[in-house]
Design a protein around this ligand. Sequence first.
Ligand code: BJW
Length: 252
Amino acid sequence: MNNADRLQTVADRLRDKRRVTVLTGAGVSAASGVPTFRGPDGLWKKQRPETLATADAFRRDPRVVWEWYDWRRQVLSTKVPNRAHEVLAAWSERFPNFTLITQNVDGLHERAGTRNLIRFHGSIWEVLCWDRCANAPGRWWDDTVPFPQIPPSCPHCGGMLRPGVVWFGEPIDPDVIAKSTDALDCDVFFTVGTSAQVFPAAALAHEARHRGAFTVELNLESTPSSNAVDLSVQGPATDLLQTLEELLLGRP
Ligand code: BJW
């Protein structure tokens, strides 16, 4: 089956369906110029995850970790959503029961106007008090770019802030797990632009299929999920989602 046939099959599966769930990863933001983690120019090619994306790394050297996040926030502040974000935002309006679970912390799905969005790994635009001081309101939005001082300090206790993202070894918010698990009861489940190497996110497609969803992977290349989904289509997320949207709207 060629890509055109595969996408036609997916479009047929989507027609008249109500419950659609999409899991996205860094590949969806690649066309916006946001670096992925594990690709040839990925963030982990230059830095090991353990030195930047764990609580231990932060405890050891909060300045180095914050410099990395502050740099990424500066890069992100210059980026805009691409066609993949836009199509998914349109689907979030059109399908009666649509959920977008994103591993991305970049905020581009929000900026595209996506409804019913679950941030599986948190947000780079949120911060929280490292000491969880009693006066701080859990986590809050702070889009200061760049921070005038690194590490930025908690306005409530003067201690350090940390980024509102989920690091390796940290649990996913139980409320996020509960909402994501509910969304696995769907007609069609997509996994888009993720290497399917980070758990528990990587297990969601398998569980959705187990529950009866038709599962589809859209990715530039094959991943550990490719043989575990019903249909895998290779190509840039922007092109594949745009083609699907045209098929759904009945336009060439
Ligand atoms: C395109 C494209 C284009 C490119 N179009 N496609 C079970 C088994 C083994 C290990 C574990 C397990 N369960 C837990 C673990 C440990 C760990 C884990 O998974 N480790 C593995 C690496 C082995 N997981 C955790 O630690 C998680 N926590 C946890 O399980 O807690 C349990 C616990 C319970 C109770 C108490 C305590 C703990 C947390 C994981 C947190 C991940 N965090 C990060 C950093 C977020 C903050 C930040 O941004 O700095 O999340 S790591 C990084 O990877 C980031 C991403 O969200 C995540 C996934 O990456 P993604 O999106 O897949 O990106 P890439 O770069 O890998 O792939 C891009 C893909 O796009 C590629 O496939 C390209 O081909 C494709 N692509 N351009 C379409 N244009």
